[in-house]
Every structure is written in structure tokens, then in C-alpha cells.
Design a protein around this ligand. Structure first.
Ligand SMILES: Cc1cc2nc3c(=O)[nH]c(=O)nc-3n(C[C@H](O)[C@H](O)[C@H](O)COP(=O)(O)OP(=O)(O)OC[C@H]3O[C@@H](n4cnc5c(N)ncnc54)[C@H](O)[C@@H]3O)c2cc1C
Length: 294
């Protein structure tokens, strides 16, 4: 089923995973999917690696997840370092395997490179990829959005202009970059509405699993850590258990507040780990928020 159709009738619960690098990782991924399946997600998504074997793994894991778990899968695809022929090959394979939903992304520059140069015969931006997919394929399409602005953008206004372009080219809904202050999401949604963006904007939340990890990830994607959360991470940074608990409590509060304020769904960046995610979902169940997804 197309995810936009689901979004038209209810709020969505979704989980994002990455393609594992080895057999132990594959087992952990499918154990996590099995556990989270009991919370009845509307879809799960599998990220697309920036290079090498994980691209094939994205296809393999997406197909396997849909076949074995029976869940609706949204496959990620990036276009930064590939030709349109290669992209088409991946898309044809996913389509033949019954994947109906994609999130179309540009991808990031390879490690150690600050700027991204599209390959000959490739795509410069996600909007070009969306246009290409829309013309040649029947996938339901999503795109990325950035409540705090994409790190390469000159300002929030130009970033919003290109987000609107992605919607104009065919993105049927948006999923946001992770954020830790819901006000960033609310003000982004307001600005998007004022700019004429009418598609659902699903907030993306990433439970904090460790202090160094979240520092690295927020540093890379340009998301900020609110002062109070930052202070707690500073204080308990070396104690992973404490940090995980801080993350569980913070994400529970964020998700509850987003649902209370009418967000069209919540997309969780699970990082293939189930411990924190299940605790957050149990908290949301206890407070009655899981019912918001039914
Ligand atoms: C929900 C989500 C899922 C993600 N999944 C993956 C994944 O699976 N694999 C992966 O490698 N990365 C993934 N990313 C990260 C993403 O690839 C990076 O954030 C990347 O830097 C930008 O991708 P984009 O699709 O937003 O690019 P774009 O929309 O192309 O935007 C990139 C930058 O270019 C600007 N821009 C856009 N269009 C134009 C234009 N026409 N002219 C000039 N400037 C323009 C934008 O304002 C922005 O600054 C994901 C991000 C999110 C939020």
C-alpha cells in the first residue's frame, strides 16, 4: 500500500533501520523488526548506503523485511554518486519485488570531501531524482525535510524553497531530519504551510543511545541539542546506561508532545536497536499515546 494513502486515513508509526554489515547485524535487525512489529507499525524503512555493498544490502533487506514480516517497506535511495542507469536498475529490482514506497534523497559527500559533485549522467539534487522516478515509475514518494535547515543551505528560506520544489516534483509526504527541540519542528511546519507546502510532514526522532554517538550525528546533520539535554549529557556522558535512560525519557516526551499537537505520525530512527525503542513505546502505551496511531 502507498504510505500517502495510509497518511490520508490515520497517523503513522514508522521505524527506520540501516542495512547491516555482517551476519550478526542481519540477525539483530530481524530480531528488532520482529519485536517492533508487535507495535503494529504502518511502515518501516531501510536506509541506502553512500557507497559499496550496502546499496545491494538495502535492496536485499527491504525485500526480505517486506516478505518475511509482511510490513509495508519504504526503501531509501540516494542519487549523489550514481548514474541514472544504475538508479533505474535498483528501482526496477525494487518494483519487481513488490516494494511500493521510496524516499528519494541526494545523499552526502563521501567521507573527507566537503562538497558533492554529481557523477556524469547522475542527479544533482533530490528534486531531480524525484522528478525522474515520478516520470518512469509508480512508487509512492517521500523526501527529506530539515526543521533546523540543511547544513549546506545558505539560510532557512532557500532550504524551504528547495523543499517545496521536491513536493512540486512529486514528493507526497516529508520526513524530517532528527531534532531534539519540538519547537524547531512546529516552527518548520508553520513556515512550510506559509510557503504553500500542503503534504504531511512526519517528524523524525532518534533516541539517544550514547553521548559520543549523538554528538557525532548531530554534528554531521546540523541538528542542535537543547541546553538542558546538553547539560545532562555532559554530566552523565560516561555512563551509557544513564545516557540511554535520558534518551528514553527525552524521546518519550518529544513523541507525546508531537502527538498531542497533531503531528501526522512519528518516524523513529531506531539504529537497529530495540532496547530504548521498546521502552519508549511502552511509555507511550502507558500514557495512552500509542492509541493515537490506531
Ligand atoms: C528522513 C531522512 C532519510 C535519510 N536517508 C538517507 C539514506 O538512506 N542514505 C543517505 O546516504 N543519506 C540519507 N539521509 C541524509 C541525506 O542524504 C542528507 O541530508 C543529504 O545531505 C541531503 O539529502 P536531500 O535529499 O535532502 O538533498 P537535497 O534536497 O538535494 O538538498 C541538499 C542541499 O541542496 C539544496 N538544494 C536542493 N535542491 C537544490 C537545487 N535545485 N539547487 C540548489 N540547491 C538545492 C538544499 O537546500 C540542501 O542544502 C536522510 C535524511 C533524512 C532527513
Amino acid at each position: 500500500m502507498k504510505i500517502r494513502q495510509i497518511l490520508d486515513s490515520k497517523r503513522t508509526l514508522s521505524f527506520e533501520f540501516f542495512p547491516p554489515a555482517d551476519d550478526a547485524g542481519v540477525k539483530r535487525l530481524f530480531d528488532t523488526i520482529d519485536t517492533l512489529k508487535t507495535y503494529d507499525p504502518d511502515f518501516v524503512s531501510i536506509t541506502y548506503g553512500a557507497g559499496g555493498s550496502t546499496q545491494a544490502m538495502t535492496v536485499e533487506m527491504s525485500v526480505r523485511a517486506q516478505r518475511e514480516s509482511g510490513l509495508t517497506v519504504m526503501a531509501h535511495i540516494t542519487c549523489a554518486d550514481q548514474t541514472s542507469e544504475f538508479v533505474d536498475e535498483v528501482l526496477r529490482r525494487l518494483e519487481a519485488e513488490g516494494i511500493e514506497n521510496m524516499i528519494a534523497l541526494r545523499g552526502d559527500p563521501p567521507r573527507g570531501q566537503s562538497e558533492l559533485v554529481a557523477v556524469d549522467g547522475g542527479f544533482d539534487h533530490a528534486s531531480d531524482l524525484i522528478d525522474h522516478i515520478k516520470r518512469g515509475f509508480g512508487f509512492g514518494l517521500a523526501a527529506a525535510a530539515y526543521p533546523e535547515g540543511h547544513p549546506e543551505s545558505a539560510d532557512l528560506e532557500s532550504d524551504l524553497k528547495y523543499t517545496r520544489l521536491k513536493v512540486g516534483q512529486g514528493a507526497e509526504f516529508l520526513i524530517t531530519q532528527l531534532f531534539y527541540d519540538n519547537d524547531d519542528y512546529y516552527s518548520f511546519v508553520d513556515r512550510a504551510k506559509n510557503a504553500g507546502i500542503r503534504v504531511p510532514i512526519i517528524p523524525g526522532l532518534m533516541p539517544i543511545l550514547s553521548a559520543p554517538q549523538i554528538r557525532r550525528i548531530t554534528g554531521m546533520c546540523g541538528a542542535s541539542v537543547p541546553a538542558e539535554l546538553d547539560r545532562l549529557l555532559e554530566k552523565h556522558g560516561a555512563d551509557n546506561k544513564a545516557v540511554r535512560q535520558i534518551g528514553i525519557e527525552h524521546t518519550t516526551r518529544q513523541a507525546s508532545d508531537l502527538l498531542d499537537h497533531g503531528a501526522p505520525g512519528v518516524h523513529f530512527y531506531v539504529l537497529n536497536r530495540r532496547y530504548s525503542m521498546t521502552r519508549i513505546l511502552e511509555n507511550l502505551r502507558e500514557s495512552g499515546h500509542v492509541a493515537a496511531f490506531s
